[in-house]
Design a protein around this ligand. Structure first.
Ligand SMILES: NC(=O)c1ccc[n+]([C@@H]2O[C@H](COP(=O)([O-])OP(=O)(O)OC[C@H]3O[C@@H](n4cnc5c(N)ncnc54)[C@H](OP(=O)(O)O)[C@@H]3O)[C@@H](O)[C@H]2O)c1
Length: 261
């Protein structure tokens, strides 16, 4: 498999794939070989015998494209052999990509988030209508976390929730830390409290077989402290607010796809 583009997301994908299988046969296609070599050398632990680096796409028919949307067509046109491509670029349609690929090639799209780097990613994958997702694509992203198959026109929703979601959640953690500080804790204390609470709540959710709503109910005593705080979230119309957040990210993804950088 070749991964073209080893920036923030490409690096996270490579990192997750190598954590899942240190002997995975990967070629990292970067703009400079120094960048790709640094990346392979930078992985902790053993040497990754089957990870190689290149500055040009290779003939490997399994291709992950992880460059910025405005570079996707350049990369597609650099490919010389019929291949199966999965692009993670926001907003670039399967049809547009296939029109630039060598004949006989097929494209699908994936929208992962950066948690793929620690094998806890959330990825939405879409194939064109009447087409299917290649097994190697589903298997690769399943090694990087959870996968959901959606229609191509629903990928914007995946972007709004999962692709951009870590950024939204980090902002919420930041707000909790700021609240602690403004109430008198040191920045170090309130950051630890906010971050560890977030991590613990996430792991608790992962370990349980019930929904977040159910877990919330379990930690909320009527007229207790959590109840009092939740009341403020309801007063601030949290569902509407988060709805707008997801919608804004979704719309921005559509604009980027139309070439608005
Ligand atoms: N970051 C996320 O959380 C996230 C989540 C979901 C989807 N995505 C999608 O993932 C894609 C990459 O995002 P990113 O945040 O990882 O961007 P990024 O950090 O800018 O990484 C893109 C990398 O691709 C390199 N590149 C550009 N043209 C290339 C070429 N022809 N051959 C090889 N490498 C090339 C860039 O090098 P230069 O910098 O030298 O140009 C850069 O290292 C985007 O399309 C984005 O929509 C990102």
């Amino acid at each position: 498999m070749q991964i073209i583009g080893v920036g923030k997301l490409g690096e996270a994908i490579v990192s997750g794939l190598l954590k899942a299988d240190p002997f995975a046969e990967l070629t990292l296609v970067a703009k400079s070989s120094q960048q790709a070599e640094r990346l392979v050398e930078g992985f902790p632990g053993e040497s990754y015998l089957n990870a190689s680096v290149s500055t040009e796409p290779t003939a490997d028919p399994q291709v992950i494209i992880a460059v910025k949307p405005h570079h996707v067509f350049d990369v597609a046109e650099q490919l010389t052999h019929s291949c199966e491509v999965v692009s993670v670029a926001a907003g670039i349609s399967i049809e547009a990509m296939e029109s630039k690929l060598p004949s006989g090639s097929k494209a699908v799209r994936a929208m992962p988030n950066l948690a793929v780097g620690v094998n806890q990613g959330m990825t939405g994958i879409a194939a064109a209508q009447n087409s299917h997702i290649p097994v190697w694509v589903s298997e690769s992203f399943s090694k990087l976390g959870a996968v959901v198959e959606v229609d191509e026109n629903q990928l914007g929703i995946v972007t709004g929730i999962a692709g951009s979601g870590p950024g939204f959640l980090y902002r919420i953690v930041e707000a909790f830390a700021k609240a602690g500080e403004s109430l008198g804790l040191t920045s170090e204390q309130s950051q630890l409290l906010a971050e560890q609470t977030f991590i613990g709540a996430g792991l608790g959710l992962q370990a349980s077989d019930v929904s977040a709503a159910e877990l919330r109910g379990r930690v909320t005593t009527p007229n207790g402290t959590t109840h009092a705080g939740l009341q403020e979230l309801e007063n601030a119309q949290i569902d509407d607010l988060i709805g707008k957040v997801v919608q804004a990210a979704r719309e921005r993804g559509l604009e980027i796809g139309k070439g608005d950088s």
